[in-house]
Design a protein around this ligand. Sequence first.
Ligand code: IMP
Length: 428
Amino acid sequence: MRGTIDVVVGAQWGDEGKGRVVDALGARVDIFARYQGGANAGHTVIVDGKKYVFHLLPSGMLYSGKTCVIGNGVVIDPEQLLTELRELQAQGKDRATLVISGAAHVVMPYHKIIDRAQEGARGMGKKIGTTGRGIGPAYVDKYARCGIRVEDLLDEAVLREKLEQNLDEKNSLLMKLYDEEPLAFDEIFDLALSWGGALAPYVGDASLVIDEGLSEGRGVLMEGAQGTMLDIDHGTYPFVTSSSPVAGGGCVSLGVGPLSVSRVIGVVKAYCTRVGEGPFPTEDTGADGEMLRARGGEYGATTGRPRRCGWLDLAALRYAVRVNGISSIALTKLDVLSGLDGIPVCKAYELDGKRLDHFPTNAGFQQNIVPVYEHHEGWKTDIAPCRTFGELPAQARQYVEFIEKQTGIPVNLIGVGPDRSQTILRDF
Ligand code: IMP
């Protein structure tokens, strides 16, 4: 029988805990495929009390006998990728086979400089709060059809020609617009060639590897980075990343037809967080928001920035269910809410005195909507030791059931603590 594909997608603003959901699925998956973004992401996986943070490698790298694929739609910072690989190798933990698509684009040193220069030049209220990892400028080059792809690093003549063209243009941009120093060709060329040499053993055809795996009955997991509300088409534009974290982005990046996907797992934090600027209707800028940040350890895995914190937004979640086709919810960090007297949950919004039941697509509306909250009774006991749904206090079960009722989607996984074992599975 042909294998199946699960997609794991962030249903909020990223940092939902996708890494641990991928980890929970791990044993059933043969091929882990990352489909978009780059080193802006940070997947944290805790195994046997040890914390691993990957920015580019798929989380499946910790499993022996598995295949990890980096798809065409990812932008690869080779420096970062090779560092992650070397660190795993040093610990003897590079257990999976890695395949990197030759068509994936490369984040070049000038992309990072332009990212930071552009962000610095944006005025008050216009800053996006990017991670500074060169993501936006690398995707700009991809769509402008002048980008350097991984396969180009393996061909000295092609690399030379493409880099010359790019550097002419980028140096002029850096000097004339941003008052930056020009970059020297030889230095970048030598560096890029050395990346090519180091990456060569891993370069392959992502779509073919996945298709062959499916033909052999293997299970495939498409790993999204960031989250729905940061999607370039469906997020809170322009305060978004430059790729397509939504589930459909997985098919495009990895060269897989949509009918091959059997399940879309939306990862949802029991409350909401956002790093960087942009609309966040349920943000709590007071003591409760600070409490969520402290308890949830809400600091960016990539930049260390404090995350903005607030309450679960079910109207935004229903939107995420719709644009991704989410068929299963994995709810993370429910334990962070333990001990609260009451938990506000947003069901709808108000805009100019009118009720809105759907998350609006209009950027101005997104800035101005006011959440309509329903208050849930909290629970006082520590839920970290719970391993079945029945062991949870009644109020925690009601909270989960309310999410299911509001979205029409089953909550099949509940995270009650940071360790791999602190997970409640319900027909997952
Ligand atoms: P960029 O992806 O670095 O261009 O940043 C664009 C926006 O996406 C900024 O608000 C970032 O904070 C946000 N962002 C990018 N990657 C992540 C992530 O992995 N988690 C959460 N936010 C992210």
